[in-house]
Write a protein of this length. Structure first.
Length: 402
């Protein structure tokens, strides 16, 4: 028969209570990492005057790995735009899993107290919680676990700058860090928010610009000028026709249809002046399998529509920037992750992500991250339960290589 002291001890040391203790400890640990990440202003300075560069947050992440005894480095890209990397050598040093998160966030306009994490039930509020500092916290948690546990594979932890703008951080990583690894990673997992689905595809995008040149004149004497704004109507009409045609094409099974939209229009110098110039910029969202020739043909159609519009104007057009789409097959590795994540769904992401640049460099890469709400919005939050689930899924996936 147990005495009362023995009964109390058995309760406090039961498997259930120990499991609850471990779960609470893990939650607290991930919240602690995320709290500090959110507290550091890592707003992309290209997107907001409130932003600062990523050095402070990059150095915080690097200190975490240094304290764990895992080799780490802060990589300066330009000024204080920085990446952080760390490498944990596993039992198989040349079987490397690449993990990635971006350190920058979008702006904080109209937000209240954006850099202080606020917990409301399961929701963790703050700028970057969902997109995608939670994914960075998962990497930090995995590093803390595997520093004391045998790891069957090697882990490349990477944290990059500038994903929210031009991806200079990922470009630097591809060019300078990845070639320094003992072997090319067999898979990249980019921890963007996916609602715990496996993101096996995402759209790319291209930016286009046309400039129309006319001749300025007084508004009362239009016959002496060449209006550069009127031809924009023909350009917009042609873009609308192209967009309608894209909507009629066979949809991608996960991404739906390709799309385009006008984004910026400018022109003229005053209401009483015949406009001597105008400019139109648009974005084209690209599906896997669409060719550059197709995009070039669409651009030529817009140019032709402008040239055929009334007037003696001239037009210049160009593609100003582009990022590729990404798609990888459901091979054994992807199926393995799906099982580790509780047989979650496959999905496609309408947004672009840095994973496409890793795939382009020969590392098949997918997206996998927690559920939440409000990417780029004032009410951004990530689910704590989902954050823990993603951590546990990644841990199971890694341990299953043993």
């Amino acid at each position: 028969m147990y005495n009362s002291v023995e009964v109390v001890a058995s309760i406090f040391h039961s498997p259930v209570s120990l499991g609850l203790d471990r779960s609470k400890k893990l939650q607290d640990q991930l919240i602690q990492y995320l709290t500090k990440l959110v507290h550091i202003n890592s707003v992309n300075p290209d997107l907001s005057t409130e932003g600062q560069q990523e050095r402070e947050i990059a150095e915080y992440v690097s200190r975490h790995f240094h304290q764990l005894g895992i080799p780490t480095q802060v990589h300066t890209i330009n000024g204080d735009r920085c990446n952080t990397t760390a490498f944990l050598k596993g039992a198989n040093p040349e079987k490397i899993l690449l993990m990635n998160g971006h350190l920058d966030t979008v702006g904080i306009e109209d937000m209240t107290d954006p850099f202080n994490l606020r917990k409301d039930g399961d929701k963790l509020y703050g700028r970057g919680t969902y997109d995608m500092l939670a994914g960075c916290a998962v990497q930090m948690g995995l590093a803390a676990y595997f520093k004391d546990q045998p790891c069957p594979i090697s882990l490349a932890f990477t944290f990059v700058a500038d994903e929210e703008s031009l991806s200079m951080g990922m470009e630097h990583l591809v060019e300078h860090y990845l070639p320094s690894l003992p072997a090319k990673p067999f898979l990249g997992i980019f921890m963007e928010p996916t609602e715990e689905s496996i993101g096996i595809s995402n759209k790319g995008y291209a930016w286009f610009e046309i400039e129309i040149e006319g001749l300025a004149a007084h508004g009362s004497r239009p016959e002496e000028g060449i209006n550069a704004i009127f031809p924009l109507a023909a350009a917009l009409q042609e873009l609308e026709i192209i967009n309608q045609e894209l909507a009629q094409e066979k949809p991608h099974p996960y991404l739906g249809h390709a799309t385009l939209h006008p984004g910026l229009i400018s022109g003229g110098t005053g209401q009483s002046v015949i406009a001597a110039m105008s400019k139109l910029n648009w974005e084209r969202r690209i599906l896997p399998g669409e060719s550059q020739d197709k995009l070039d043909t669409e651009l030529k159609r817009v140019i032709s529509a402008i040239e055929n519009a009334n007037g003696d104007h001239t037009v210049k057009a160009r593609q100003t920037f582009n990022r590729p789409p990404n798609e990888i097959p459901k091979d054994d590795l992807v199926v393995k992750l799906k099982k580790a994540a509780g047989n979650t769904n496959y999905n496609g992401m309408s947004y672009w992500a840095d994973s496409a640049l890793a795939s382009q460099a020969g590392i098949p890469s997918i997206l996998f991250g927690p559920a939440g709400h409000g990417a780029h919005a004032v009410d951004e939050w990530v689910s704590l339960a989902s954050l823990v689930n993603c951590y546990e899924s990644m841990k199971r996936f890694i341990l299953d290589f043993d």
